[in-house]
Design a protein around this ligand. Sequence first.
Ligand SMILES: Nc1ncnc2c1ncn2[C@@H]1O[C@H](COP(=O)(O)OP(=O)(O)OP(=O)(O)O)[C@@H](O)[C@H]1O
Length: 705
Amino acid sequence: MPSVAEVSNSTHNPKLHSKPFFNDSSSRRQKILQQRKSLPIASVEKRLVEEVRKNDILIIVGETGSGKTTQLPQFLFHAGFCRGGKLIGVTQPRRVAAVTVAKRVAEESGVELGQRVGYSIRFDDRTSTSTRIKYMTDGLLLREALLDPYLSRYSVIIVDEAHERTVHTDVLLGLLKKVQNARSKSADGHSNGNNKNADSDMILDRENDTNGINTLKQCQGRKFPPLKLIIMSASLDARGFSEYFGCAKAVHVQGRQFPVEILYTLYPEPDFLDATLITIFQVHLDEAPGDILVFLTGQEEIESVERLVQERLLQLPEASRKLVTVPIFSSLPSEQQMKVFAPAAAGFRKVILATNIAETSVTIPGIKYVIDPGFVKARSYDPVKGMESLIVVPISKAQALQRSGRAGREGPGRCFRLYPENEFDKLEDSTKPEIKRCNLSNVILQLKALGVDDIIGFDFMEKPSRASIIKSLEQLFLLGALTDDCKLSDPVGHQMARLPLDPIYSKALIVAGQFNCLEEMLITVAMLSVESIFFAPREKLEEARNAMKSFASPDGDHLTLINVYRASDEFLEKRKMEISKEKTEKIRRKWCKDNFINSRSLRHAQDIHRCLAASFFLNAALKQPEGTYSYLTITLVSSTQPIGRALASGQVVQIHPSSVLFRAKPECIVFNELIQTNHKYIRNITRIDYLWLTELAPQYYTMQN
Ligand SMILES: Nc1ncnc2c1ncn2[C@@H]1O[C@H](COP(=O)(O)OP(=O)(O)OP(=O)(O)O)[C@@H](O)[C@H]1O
């Protein structure tokens, strides 16, 4: 049993370190200072710092809003943990949390964002050489470990919201355990290279790597100060984490700043969307001023609730219509996401319609009421079919707690749970770790690059199933990332591991060079790697559709994406298109000229098609007579060999209505995404010639004939 020390809330309020916040003593500065002083964590600053000094691994559990995320890194900074230019890294499962918390802490510290306090998320880095407190996504820290296997720049790493158990958090925990072990050995004067301790073999067994990833050889002989590791959350299974870290100490920061009253329904609600609407209007019409945060499962649901709210508002007297809806979901452009943090116009109440993106870590100013129907859209993975799907499931108790914790941050709050209290009791305590319900290709690629060859033997907090591991190994093998003996292939596997992309995209980029279409592939992958390029607000649906049509390519979504990218590039940069110096076949040119076709564009389009086919061959589908598609999946014949012979079996999928090929329905296509709602849909699709499959992926497709 781990020892759980209670760090109580005392009446003593230590003087907070207050480097100049702002030039003037504005009322905002005073307010922030006051707010910080009154946080439960403020009264236990010294004791927490002491605990961190005494323990290399510390588990901190504290109520939502008690000040863990914003205050602890500042306490440690002022206590000298950044001496010698070291960093305190704080990981978050979500980008929006990393960005908004960093902004808040920079403001609290009175520094410009990107200086002492910064953030780093994929494709957006706001740090500098003076950054000492760095908020980042857990995925980003994993990538940093590829370049710096000892994470030598960090003196402290705080894994925040660990209860979410994202796949990156779980891999990171295993990795940090090993890094910490290796660093404490190096600090003790152990020779890294000779140490055969199993705990450090991942780092120690790294071979020389010619692909730019730092290797053990470069690290040998260097000494690193011990790494402090802090695992934090409001709803953590402290015992489970403590056991995983060898009976690490767990402390509990008691108290919350403001109470949140929890209300349940008397009976189960047959239609939770209807119940949500009724509750929104009850709060709006009957409750004191304060904004509302509603948790829904996805974009479609958010848009339909938004529409229904607008319709019902029109039925109210003019004076009661002062309610504005603001959506937030992951595919919304980030400027739009940030709108939820802006106050509503004077006299208006704001109702934020959010997915679980707003569930943890974030403080949305003004929120007094939370409406929680109790559902979430979660990933699930079927390793046999190789299919990942999103399904609506009840939330866990931990999630319910996080949701209610978004209220009560600036004053007392209320949370309306749209289910009876006895239903709450039946919820799972915590969310099933994502690593047990997702495709592992990306994780395996990264672990292999970090020198972990035995994936099944890796010290995961909870092991993914053997079937998922094998399926993902198989996919990586078919993409050419692994050799026959399951090692990272050279150079393809190493190159793929370095790219911060899905393995399928990385492979596309690598193959693109051979097909002379790297630029186009970069555009395609860049466009696919960001959230949805097309955005269609409900009130401007027709205009948005017309705009999309003007870019649409008859060959599919990928080429359409390139059209969009190029149009915006030309518009913004007013840059002339570069003329290709390549010689192309005279006949083909003439044919293009006669047919008013840009031969260069056509050539690239063809290359891109082939390039996509080469890398996306795992995701091919053939049209069936009735207009659906048969998706070719791979089934293992031999269960003893992870990469054995493969056979294809079909399952029925449909083209998603958002695709420009929704009506055209070509004979053979490749696609990027398979999603399951009420149907199995495929998205981001390109038309291909079936023969290319056998030409470019003979190891797989010749067997179909
Ligand atoms: N952007 C912000 N605007 C206004 N107040 C904020 C902001 N960020 C934080 N706060 C204040 O600081 C308090 C502590 O926030 P913090 O995120 O550190 O808490 P936490 O313990 O990490 O909560 P959680 O477990 O929910 O992540 C909030 O309750 C709120 O009062």
